[in-house]
Design a binder for this molecule. Structure first.
Ligand SMILES: [Zn+2]
Ligand SMILES: [Zn+2]
Length: 225
């Protein structure tokens, strides 16, 4: 398998298995039409915010839909992902079956916080080494201090966690990206699409990566490897 082009990826979409409105088949088909090489279906699962009620059965049902889409669209890699809430105490929401079952785990803060609470939660979650990507890092931040950004970036780099460039939550604190870059972090593209017309819409974030010289990445822990 030749190396994948991170510019042709969208690692963060939501289907009707959580708070999105589209089937997985429709999302993957759209991604194919856009000539993406990798599409991540990163639903929320109970009890995460935005999830539908349901345990391991719902997760397995979605996995079946992902496998069908892989069979229908063999030229694109479809990642069986999840977006899991980072809690204020630095743990994750307890999703049935745990993190290891997924190809990709995006850890996200979905509660409003100030800079120091954010830093302590994200650093705690990073040390558990079970997330691949920090989603929309400042989507719910009321304040940001660069000193906190520096210790968060160090924890992410040390635990090999990528930083997401999210198209739905425009970042306010670009200096965090530069700090994460300088610490050695990699960056991913995620539309955070909940509808079909958002899938693959990462042009602005790719431009930002170019402007700030951020190295883009796609995960290698994917099917067939
Ligand atoms: Zn989110
Ligand atoms: Zn999301």
């Amino acid at each position: 398998m030749s190396p994948m082009n991170p510019r042709k990826s969208d690692l963060h979409t939501h289907s009707l298995f959580s708070d999105g409105v589209e089937t997985i088949g429709a999302i993957v088909k759209r991604a194919m039409q856009l000539r993406l090489e990798v599409i991540g279906i990163a639903d929320h699962f109970w009890p995460c915010i935005g999830s539908n009620q349901g345990g391991i059965g719902l997760i397995r049902e979605r996995r079946g839909a992902i496998e069908l889409a892989r069979a229908d669209f063999p030229k694109i890699r479809v990642l069986d992902g999840a977006e899991i809430d980072i809690m204020p105490d630095g743990t994750f929401s307890q999703v049935a079956g745990g993190h290891e079952q997924f190809d990709l785990v995006i850890g996200s803060v979905h509660w409003s916080s100030d800079s120091s609470r954010w830093a302590s939660a994200v650093i705690g979650a990073s040390k558990r080494r079970t997330m691949d990507i920090l989603g929309h890092f400042d989507g719910y931040l009321s304040t940001y201090r660069q000193a906190d950004g520096e210790i968060v970036a160090a924890a992410l780099a040390e635990n090999d966690i990528a930083v997401e460039l999210n198209s739905r939550y425009a970042p306010d604190n670009l200096e965090f990206f530069e700090t994460a870059r300088d610490q050695g972090c990699r960056f991913t593209l995620g539309s955070d699409a909940h509808q079909l017309n958002g899938v693959g819409r990462n042009e602005e974030q790719a431009k930002l990566a170019d402007a700030l010289n951020l190295p883009l990445w796609v995960p290698t822990r994917v099917p067939d490897e």
